[in-house]
Design a protein around this ligand. Structure first.
Ligand code: ADP
Ligand code: MG
Length: 689
């Protein structure tokens, strides 16, 4: 298909109407190209049917059962309900269907079917709601197949996405290959067209893995080519903003209530060495959660300011940017720091405040700009920007770093990340950066105590939170959803806040925080929590990155099985940041063995590097997809741990391609070059479809 086809709007696909296309738009899908790169988040495998006694509650099962007894039809308001029981020699399951009158004719006592759907234990019974029914022949032809499960929004069904996808493939011609054949052959990678189809409609697990690997390779190669091109531009750039150590940082180190750890001191020396040296700084500070990276950022920003320059700190969320801003102001007041004049610049500011901030920045009246993405918007006109610090580096793409660095002339870059990436991979993936590792936590910290528990533990957990709050501490509770109805069976922040208010004494102040709140409200809640005006904060994962409230000692994570391990590690990292004993409660609501095994890793270790390694070791082919949805580098299908061989291979390929053809001007790299020019670094793209 020419690029014309991928630009075609989804509404022009057969069967996609106004309503569906609006829903697609909510998912960021406007064109056929968008649709084809809208990957499933998981797959349903059609396994051979099991016996009733082997059905696992909380999971999708296919069970071969015979209908027994009578079929009960009822009406409740405008809902028609069909209920019956089905059994084999090992047990029975209660079936319920809603508004499915067409089923009535095929349901006969004594007939045998395969029922496939979520099995749930209710009291002493197993139940299935709305299971799909298959004849035995029909089902046996499906065994081994994988059906895609797409990320959905309310109103958009998986079926609708699948249908649209099938239509998209009908109109599609072969994708234009842009990886040279010798590379594909050497690595045993399949063609692009085949891979795109395979990621949506894999015939079997092998096909899925082949497709995933191929697309992962694309992501890595594009990412690394960009990185190399970026590095080529910045390498050996001379230092246009030489800095001298300021007495203010030295004094700060003396008056801080703690001593820097030796790893922090080493990193600080690395930074000083870079910014006072002959070339521009490009440094990554890698340190586990709570290792104390913020103070280093502060000292670097302060040094730039004291040397008469501007400096900026970019955070991935508004909440975190606001927290840094408040924290810095506190340090400035407390220790009488005079040279640093910070200002907050986020998308949350009113247009008027934003204009005012931009005015102060362009006049140079402030010298430390703290914010989010708003920092790289074109309107911001820096004056003498010498240093850019990015917090939680893994949340940013190379392109953002590039854009921000482009705001100044040979700006120094200090990136900070808590993602534990083995050094060999870090060198490749952050190839344009020098690396300092903070491999120790501040002394005097007690290791976090963990427990993995089931839903029946909730009352005890609430009591525990109550006790902690009564001794003066604070707690976080994390829920995956914001409000009811987004996904069944998962906790949501809105209802949970009410539940906690009812279960805790009225003196305990419970509030909520989530991404749909206005930025201003979010800030107010975070500030109130930091001031200890809130005792228990019920939140989505918006608090995952960087938030620092050392008085908080309890982290309770509902539906913990829903998260990737590195995300859990980040969440847990919100506690254990002060001198008090901290606790993390992982509430596992699944009965699956895999979930238990994965959470067990969290239970046993507080070490980010170990967790990453164990995670990799334990995962089987079934978990390859979507486990690591967040954190790490934001590849969509590539997983730097699982696909570490491809990371290394693609790094070599990128080097070879660029040494042969530094500007990618040879005909065989034309499409590759176009792709690089049009799409963001980390994302696989279908510009060539
Ligand atoms: P992270 O590395 O996760 O960004 P922070 O910089 O937010 O961690 O630091 C976590 C907490 O540890 C903060 O409250 C900070 O004041 C404190 N801290 C930082 N360095 C030290 C140290 N050397 N000794 C004791 N506490 C420290
Ligand atoms: Mg931090």
């Amino acid at each position: 298909m020419g690029s014309g086809y991928s630009q075609e709007l989804v509404i022009n696909l057969k069967g996609v109407g106004e309503k569906t296309s609006k829903l697609f738009e909510k998912c960021g899908v406007r064109t056929v190209g968008d649709l084809l790169s809208y990957y499933p988040r998981a797959y349903d495998g059609f396994l051979p049917p099991v016996r009733a006694c082997d059905a696992i509650s909380g999971q999708v099962n296919a069970v071969k059962l015979t209908i027994i007894g009578s079929i009960v039809k009822r009406r409740v308001r405008n809902l028609s309900i069909i209920a019956f029981e089905a059994a084999d020699e090992t047990g029975r399951i209660k079936m319920t269907y809603f508004n499915a009158p067409y089923l009535a004719s095929s349901l006969k006592s004594g007939t045998t079917h395969i029922f496939r759907g979520m099995v749930q234990k209710k009291g002493s019974f197993l139940t299935m709601d709305q299971p799909k029914m298959y004849s035995i022949e029909e089902y046996s032809s499906l065994i081994g197949k994988l059906l895609p499960r797409y990320p959905l929004v309310k109103g958009l069904t998986n079926n609708a996405v699948m249908k649209a996808m099938e239509q998209a493939f009908l109109g599609a011609e072969a994708s234009k290959e842009y990886i040279p054949n010798d590379i594909l052959d050497r690595l045993g990678l399949i063609g692009l067209s085949e891979a795109v189809r395979g990621i949506h409609f894999p015939a079997n697990e092998k096909m899925l893995e082949d497709a995933r690997r191929r697309l992962a390779y694309n992501e890595f190669l594009l990412f690394l080519l960009r990185l190399r091109l970026l590095k080529k531009n910045s390498e050996e750039l001379s230092n246009s903003f030489p800095m001298l150590e300021t007495s203010e940082t030295r004094r700060l180190l003396e008056v801080l209530p703690y001593k820097l750890t030796s790893a922090q001191l080493q990193a600080w020396e690395d930074i000083l060495h870079d910014i006072s040296g002959p070339s521009v700084m490009n440094r990554l500070i890698q340190g586990d959660v709570g290792s104390g990276k913020t103070i280093l950022a502060f000292m670097a920003l302060l040094t730039a300011a004291a040397n008469g320059y501007q400096a900026a700190l970019m955070a991935p969320t508004e909440v975190l940017a606001a927290q840094h801003f408040e924290g810095f102001k506190e340090l400035i007041d407390k220790y009488g720091i005079t040279s640093l004049k910070p200002i907050l610049l986020t998308g949350a500011l009113s247009a008027k405040d934003k204009r005012e901030a931009q005015r102060l920045i362009s006049l140079g009246e402030v010298n430390c700009i703290i914010g989010t993405n708003a920092l790289i918007q074109d309107k911001v006109d820096y004056k003498n920007l010498a240093l850019v610090v990015t917090d939680e580096q893994h949340r940013f793409g190379v392109r953002q770093r590039e854009a921000l660095a482009g705001k100044g002339f040979n700006t120094h870059v200090l990136a900070m990340s808590a993602t534990p990436i083995p050094r060999t991979l870090a060198i490749i993936l952050y190839g344009d950066l020098h690396i300092s590792i903070i491999n120790e936590l501040p002394g005097g910290r007690l290791p976090i105590k963990n427990c993995v528990v089931g839903t029946d533990y909730r009352p005890k957990a609430y009591k525990f939170i109550k006790d902690q709050v009564e001794t003066g501490r604070q707690a976080y509770v994390i829920c995956p959803m914001i409000e009811e109805g987004e996904l069944d069976g998962l906790c949501n922040v809105t209802d949970y806040t009410e539940i906690l208010r009812q279960n805790l004494p009225p003196s305990i102040r419970v509030e909520m925080l989530h991404g749909k709140m206005k930025p201003k409200e979010k800030d107010e809640i975070m500030e109130a929590f930091a001031r200890k005006d809130i005792d228990v904060l019920v939140s989505t994962t918006v608090i995952e990155v960087g938030i620092n409230v050392p008085n908080a000692t309890v982290m309770m994570i509902e539906n913990a099985e829903r998260y990737g391990l590195s995300q859990l590690h980040q969440l847990r990292g919100r506690v254990g940041r002060g001198k008090h004993q901290s606790y993390c409660i992982f509430l596992n609501t699944s009965e699956g063995e895999d979930a238990k095994k994965r959470l067990d890793i969290m239970n046993k270790s507080n070490d980010g590097f170990k967790i990453a390694e164990e995670d990799l070791r334990q995962r089987g082919p079934g978990d390859l997809f979507g486990v690591r949805q967040s954190g790490d580098l934001n590849f969509r299908v590539g997983d730097i741990y699982h696909d570490s061989d491809l990371v290394k291979e693609s790094a070599m390929d990128a080097d070879r391609i660029l040494s042969e053809d530094p500007d990618l001007s040879l005909p065989q790299y034309r499409v590759l070059k176009e792709t690089l020019a049009t799409k963001s670094a980390n994302f696989i793209d279908f510009a060539t479809l």
